[in-house]
Design a protein around this ligand. Structure first.
Ligand code: HEC
Ligand code: HEC
Ligand code: HEC
Ligand code: HEC
Length: 508
């Protein structure tokens, strides 16, 4: 079995169980002080220069001193992040995998004149520091600054005790990324995890299918998972409290909120980034840049082209498809959920974005999507989605709760008629439905104060998710389902119906 496959599916199973180990407590952040200092004189010049060129990456070595983040006893609290990252985090190996056999074969297949570890495209995701710095010591893999922001301007200030009490706006001005914000966190991951070009996939690169809740759960945390929940305990100024001061039932509510928000934000950010890069490629398409093929095959549904041919196939028999037969159609992985996800964000913006997404879908279902039209529509969609995401974030500021009713409503939508249709669509849509149910099932459970962990209905749902996982799993030696045909679809539909029934029982 390949590593990617194992981790994707074990993470899905882990999600269903969703039992996080709480590693260590966080220090509370003191109340922020308003910004009083203004930058003038020489310092002002420097700031302006940095704003023009963008802040520089300094590399992991700036973070790894034993007294800073390079401590060896992570269980003692903040200080051991580097050791944890180095030992457990897949990102620490992202540079060294460029030397492995698969990478070498890939660049050979691509007829690249350069080895993978010197190939700008590979490095842009596998070790971005290497693209910017001539220093070999900064071949970091996906290092600290890839997620926390380029440190040129915040490295020094952030070691002062005063740093903690600074306003987040001041920190982000210096290039520090606010990962407490779940949307920002998702935005950080999607830039590397969303799209690789089809020629790379054809040469052997794993296909990217990113879903925030699953990948986030699978990332070995070098921070306290509990601190994420504390920040989302509704109604109170959670930052000023220690996790142990918070009653268990409230902490569970915080976890429920965090997980639900993370899932929605992940969906929104993944689609936003997909649209952005589609627009970018369409721009190159307009210029007929041969290095950027247009149309790019990975923008379409993989299994529209890659499947076996049989007499009276299930594809011909299915009636629920949104697409007329015989066209590849826009890659449904990032759109499946957003297409019907209700009540997340301001209705006006949601509607505008949906219409725009619909237009893109129409354009992308043509054999030659006109690049000018795709470019314009992608730009408009991007803007609408930005408003959508902002309104969603405004409605869901830290202290605000995502109600149990809303989570149940989402589960009902996904397991109802709409979900039944999506399941029959293709493997991607079916898997998104499964992952959505997996992310929200524990959130729904945590949001109820009146149920115990061994609650029968909850256990039944977990068992159903386990069964769905089996139907979607790849067989040994495959990077795709062997087939996704009537038999699997029927089984999934039955499971989905049973899932839906557990929700109806819940209402009574
Ligand atoms: C857009 C970002 C991106 C680009 C560009 C990219 N990769 Fe990757 N690569 C990833 C991600 C993300 C993964 C992890 C996939 C997963 O499991 O979801 C990955 C996984 C891999 C793996 C499998 C790693 C393992 O541990 O099994 C190899 C090998 C690899 N990439 C090599 C390359 C090479 C060689 C290039 C350039 C020709 C390249 N990548 C370009 C993002 C990228
Ligand atoms: C793949 C992305 C990623 C990488 C790479 C990464 N981090 Fe993090 N880090 C996070 C996330 C997500 C959090 C949790 C959000 C938060 O607490 O701000 C976090 C939290 C932290 C925290 C706790 C912050 C707090 O407010 O509690 C520290 C300290 C930290 N990281 C240091 C590091 C160091 C040092 C490295 C490099 C060795 C590193 N991180 C690499 C994503 C990353
Ligand atoms: C700068 C690019 C980059 C960023 C940012 C990034 N990743 Fe990754 N990620 C990668 C690459 C490349 C790999 C493959 C590493 C390997 O296998 O060697 C990877 C691997 C992973 C894996 C392991 C996948 C597998 O199948 O084993 C997980 C989980 C993951 N990333 C989660 C995240 C999350 C969550 C975030 C955001 C908090 C994030 N990543 C941010 C580039 C990135
Ligand atoms: C519009 C049709 C089309 C779409 C959509 C498409 N491909 Fe391909 N794919 C091709 C063609 C044509 C080839 C080259 C012919 C060959 O090698 O069989 C190819 C080759 C491949 C190969 C190498 C050959 C093989 O069978 O192993 C892989 C792997 C692959 N594609 C994966 C994908 C993935 C994953 C997606 C979705 C992200 C995708 N393709 C989307 C048409 C398509």
């Amino acid at each position: 079995m390949t590593r990617q496959r194992i981790s994707f599916w074990t993470l899905a199973a882990a999600l269903a169980a969703m039992s996080f180990v709480v590693s260590r407590a966080v220090e509370p952040e003191p109340k922020s002080q308003p910004a009083t200092s203004h930058v003038t004189g020489d310092a002002g010049e420097k700031v302006n220069e940095v704003r023009r060129r963008g802040p520089r990456l300094l590399g992991n070595t700036s973070c790894t001193a034993a007294g800073c983040h390079g401590g060896v006893r992570p269980e003692k609290g903040i200080g051991g992040e580097y050791s944890l990252w180095l030992q457990n985090d897949p990102h620490a190996k992202a540079y060294s995998v460029l030397f492995n056999e698969l990478s070498q074969r890939m660049v050979e297949q691509l007829k690249s004149p350069r080895p993978a570890h010197q190939h700008g495209y590979c490095l842009s995701c596998h070790s971005p520091t290497a693209n910017w710095s001539p220093e070999p010591a900064t071949f970091d893999g996906v290092g600290c600054e890839q997620c926390h922001g380029p440190a040129e301007q915040w490295l020094e200030p952030h070691v002062h005790p005063k740093w903690k009490s600074r306003l987040m706006a001041e920190k982000t001005f210096l290039g520090f990324r606010n990962l407490h914000d779940v949307s920002e966190r998702a935005r950080t991951c999607v830039k590397c995890h969303t799209v690789v070009k089809h020629d790379l996939i054809a040469a052997g690169h794993p296909r990217l299918f990113f879903e925030m809740s699953a990948f986030h759960a699978n990332l070995p945390a070098h921070w306290s998972r509990e601190s994420d929940w504390v920040r989302h305990v509704p109604g109170t100024d959670a930052d000023s409290r220690q996790p142990e001061q918070i009653p268990a039932s409230e902490l569970r509510l915080g976890r429920s909120n965090f997980e639900a928000k993370l899932w929605v934000s992940g969906q929104l950010e993944t689609l936003h980034f997909t649209v952005k890069s589609l627009g970018f490629r369409a721009g190159h398409g307009m210029k007929h840049n041969p290095r950027w093929p247009w149309p790019e095959l990975s923008d379409w549904n993989c299994f529209a082209c890659h499947h076996d041919l049989k007499g009276s196939s299930w594809r011909q028999a299915r009636s629920s498809s949104t697409l007329a037969i015989g066209k590849p159609g826009w890659n449904s992985w990032p759109i499946t959920i957003i297409d019907f996800l209700p009540s997340a964000g301001d209705e006006k913006h949601v509607q505008a974005a949906r219409e725009s997404i619909g237009q893109l879908r129409d354009l992308m279902s043509r054999p030659y999507p006109l690049p000018n039209a795709v470019y314009e529509t992608a730009r408009a969609t991007q803007d609408h989605m930005t408003y959508w995401i902002t309104s969603w974030m405004n409605q869901n500021m830290r202290g605000m709760a995502i109600s149990r009713e809303l989570i149940d409503d989402w589960l009902r939508q996904m397991s109802g008629g709409e979900g039944q249709k999506l399941i029959a669509e293709n493997w991607d849509s079916a898997t998104q439905v499964y992952l959505g149910l997996s992310a929200l099932t524990p959130a729904a459970h945590d949001a109820r104060s009146d149920v115990m962990p061994n609650d029968e209905r909850h256990q039944a749902r977990l068992a159903i998710l386990g069964s769905m996982n089996q139907s979607l799993n790849f067989p040994d030696g495959f990077n795709s389902p062997r087939t996704f045909a009537a038999e699997q679809i029927e089984r999934l539909k039955r499971d989905l119906k049973r899932f839906r029934e557990t929700l109806e029982e819940g209402k009574r």
